[in-house]
Design a protein around this ligand. Structure first.
Ligand SMILES: [Ca+2]
Ligand SMILES: [Ca+2]
Length: 229
């Protein structure tokens, strides 16, 4: 190889490498429909919808890292919110209740370089996702409460939780006096603040929210059990 051929070779290699990197970042999600929706779909998933789903998440090699069927607890998220990876939100767009899709998500639309339990950095994610239903409340509660947008809830922000219409409906007069409001706020803080820094992070908040759903689910199954007797 002459010197100029060598240079050309080097330039080509560099070009190929940079386009490979470019491709990776531009890589989109892809999906296939595993099960068609129920007939007569009236509403398709769009950005900002609050949806109830079940899913099984696996790595490319088939290793399962999450399975909501196994926990018998559907999952809730607002499409486009930070509760789930971007690619998962994108994969649900246009879905109708009953539909099951297999969504392939490149790392940059998944967890990227973030270190997650059971998910190595830079992993592609495969979700088999089933849309169960739409929920009426269309807000991501964390985003609403985090007024100063620092990704943490301090005690003043947590206190606002009890002023949300859907929450104050439930608590009614209980949260109306100052002392009970501060008691409830402190209780919520203690429950949610897992690392004890007196702040509730986004992740801590979602764990708390899913815990609440779990409690609700247990209550309902207890009711059904009683009715069966
Ligand atoms: Ca905040
Ligand atoms: Ca915390």
């Amino acid at each position: 190889m002459t010197k100029s051929q060598g240079m050309l070779h080097l330039v080509l290699v560099l070009l190929l490498q940079s386009s490979a990197v470019f491709c990776n970042d531009q890589e989109d999600i892809s999906y296939k429909i595993i099960n068609p929706p129920h007939s007569g779909c009236e509403q398709e998933v769009k950005d900002g919808d609050n949806i109830q789903v079940n899913f099984i998440g696996t790595l490319k090699d088939g290793t399962e890292f999450v399975n909501t069927y196994a926990d018998d607890l559907p999952y809730y998220f607002v499409v486009g919110s930070k509760k789930v990876p971007k690619g998962l939100s994108q994969g649900t767009l246009g879905m109708c209740p009953g539909e099951i899709r297999e969504v392939n998500i490149p790392s940059h639309l998944g967890f990227g370089d973030e270190e997650k339990e059971n998910i190595p950095r830079g992993s592609w994610l495969v979700y088999e996702i089933e849309l169960i239903d739409f929920l009426e409340i269309k807000i991501d509660v964390f985003d609403t409460l985090d007024v100063d947008k620092n990704e943490q809830l301090n005690i003043e922000e947590v206190e606002q939780y009890f002023s949300l219409p859907e929450v104050s409906d439930v608590f009614g007069d209980v949260a109306s006096s100052e002392s009970s409001l501060s008691f409830l706020t402190q209780t919520l803080m203690n429950l949610g603040d897992e690392n004890g820094d007196d702040l509730i992070s986004r992740e801590e908040f979602y764990i708390l929210q899913d815990f609440k759903n779990q409690q609700q689910k247990e209550k309902e199954s207890m009711m059904e059990f009683r009715e069966d007797l």
